[in-house]
Every structure is written in structure tokens, then in C-alpha cells.
Design a protein around this ligand. Sequence first.
Ligand code: 3HC
Length: 315
Amino acid sequence: MTEEEKEKQFQQRIDAGEKIEPRDWMPEAYKQTLFRQISQHAHSEIIGMQPEGNWLLRAPSLRAKKILLAKIQDEAGHGLYLYSAAETFGIDRTEMIAMLHSGKAKYSSIFNYPTLTWADMGAIGWLVDGAAIVNQTMLAKCSYVLYSRAMIRICKEEGFHQRQGYEIIAKMMNGTTAQRNMAQDSLNRWWEPSLMMFGPHDSESTHSKDSMKWKIKVESNDTLRQRFIDRTVEQAHHIGLTIPDKNLKYNKTTMHWETSEINWDEFWSVVKGNGPCNYQRISHHIHYHNEGKWVRDCATAFEKSREKENSSISI
Ligand code: 3HC
């Protein structure tokens, strides 16, 4: 078959709703955009551990500390699944980490904001994991079977992450005036960056057209963002929080909450490396990646010795 015929047959499989396995033929461009998105998703999971790790030693109770520790460990596991899925495109983790360290690969802009108070642990769980759930339940329908399977597993854990975050914020809204103000301040700082997690508007999105054609995305950035806004505004009002947007209004005809335009200058500035914590996040990752080199060397040496042992036994 010619390349053209293979691409035609591939698109017919996608249109028929078939799942693509790692060993199936796929267009180079399909591989590229999946590798880009999955590896950046993996980086986001790992870098996303830092803002929350910042509060592990300052959690207000042993229960809160245990929950936060469990959540952070989950994120490491999510990164592991996703790096493994990305490696099926023939690029190993060492290379992916080098792309992250060099700035060649991105991670979600949301993690470049500082976590200033305990309420931010609530806002991250409620808003960031809440946005991730909306996006990832869609990605669970992705045509590339390994990404879809990873999402199904990850979404189960995101449910716990979102609920524990909302519990933190709800408790604070039931607390002292200082705690209520802390919770509102946190929402004020995390609301717009969490809307940015869904990416640019569909009309500005470089990859959405292809991603939709190949059913990597089955719903658009704006559709998912609106779904997140509609559910989160109700959750905020339910516990007495005010959404920090003077133009927020409910449209009875569309039955959607309408919001102000996102500050896309801020979005692109943070994506391009000029956010409050970009430098800190990457230098932290580089420092501890290098410090952990001996663990990787030991694991590799052990693997090699085991292979040598097995090959001598088989003779
Ligand atoms: N942060 C950083 N970069 C972003 C971004 C964001 N919030 N939104 C978009 N971008 C980048 C894209 O990567 C792309 O740049 P690139 O070509 O250099 O990769 C460019 O902006 C154009 O955006 P597009 O809409 O064309 O790109 P996509 O089709 O890839 O859509 C996306 C963007 C919706 C973020 C998509 O990549 C996606 O769904 N990624 C997987 C989900 C993910 O990464 N979530 C991040 C959070 S992980 C998390 O929350 C963990 C939780 O447990 C805490």
C-alpha cells in the first residue's frame, strides 16, 4: 500500500471509532502530536507535585498531611503511566526529561503559580484537579489506546483529589473570618489560571483541528472550559464564595455561566517561561533529578547484572 492508501485506511479506522494500538501503523504526524501531548501531560503531573509538596510539612493536622501525601504520591504515579505511554513512540524518559529541562517540552502553566496559604491546597485540588477531571474524562475516549487506558485509571484518583480540595475550602468557609478570607483570596488567585488549563480558544488552537480529526480530542478546549465553569461556579456559590469576575452572569437561554475574556497575554507569558515560578520549578526538578542519579545508576546496574545472570543460566 502507498503512504496515501495507508493514511486513508488509518482515517477510516479512526472514523469507525477503532482504538489504535502501539504496534499499529499510524501517520508520523499522529505519533508526533500524541508524543508531544502525552509527554507534556507527564511533565505536568511531576512538576505539579512541587506546589503541593511545599505544604507537606505545614499541613494543619495529621489527617490533612496524610491526605496531601497520598495525593502527591498519586501524581507521581500518573507521571509514571504517562511517561511509559509516551515511551511507546520510541523516545525514552531520559530524553523526555532533557526536553523538559531545556524548555523544549512544556508542562501546564498552572504549576507556575506560588502556593501562598493552606487554602491553596484546597484550590489546587478543587480547581486544578477539577479542571483535569473535565479534560481527562474526555481524553479517556482518545483513539490511542494507551493514553485512553491511562486516563481511565487516573480519573478514578482525580475524583479523590478534587473532593479533598473542595473539602478543605468548604471547611474554611465554615470557619473564622480569617479562614473565609483566606479561602476567598485563594479562589481569587487560582480562578483564571485554572481556566487557562484548557488551552487557547478553539480558533487560536494550533493542534485542535488535527487532534479532533484523529479523535485524540473528542471535545474542544472551549467546550471543556465551559463545562468546568458551569459546574465550578455552582460549587463556589454553594459554599458562599464569590467568583472573582465582575462580568460573571448566567445566560438563561444557553444555560451557561458567561465570564470575562481570559488574560491571554498572561497565559502566553507564563507558557513562554515568564510566570512567577517557572525558573524555581525547573531548577528544583534539575537539582533533585541530578541528586537522584545514583538511584538510577544502581537500578540500571542491577538490571544489567540480572540480564548477565539470566543469559549465563540459559547457556
Ligand atoms: N499550559 C502550557 N501550555 C499550554 C497550555 C497550558 N495550560 N495550553 C496549551 N498549551 C500549549 C500547547 O502545548 C501548545 O504548545 P506546543 O505546540 O508547544 O505543545 C500550544 O499551547 C497550543 O495549544 P493547543 O490547544 O493547540 O494544544 P493542545 O491541542 O495540546 O491542547 C491542552 C492543550 C488542552 C493542554 C492539551 O495539551 C491537553 O489536553 N493536554 C493533556 C492534559 C494536561 O496536560 N493537563 C495538564 C494538567 S495535569 C494535572 O492537572 C495533574 C493533576 O492531577 C494535578
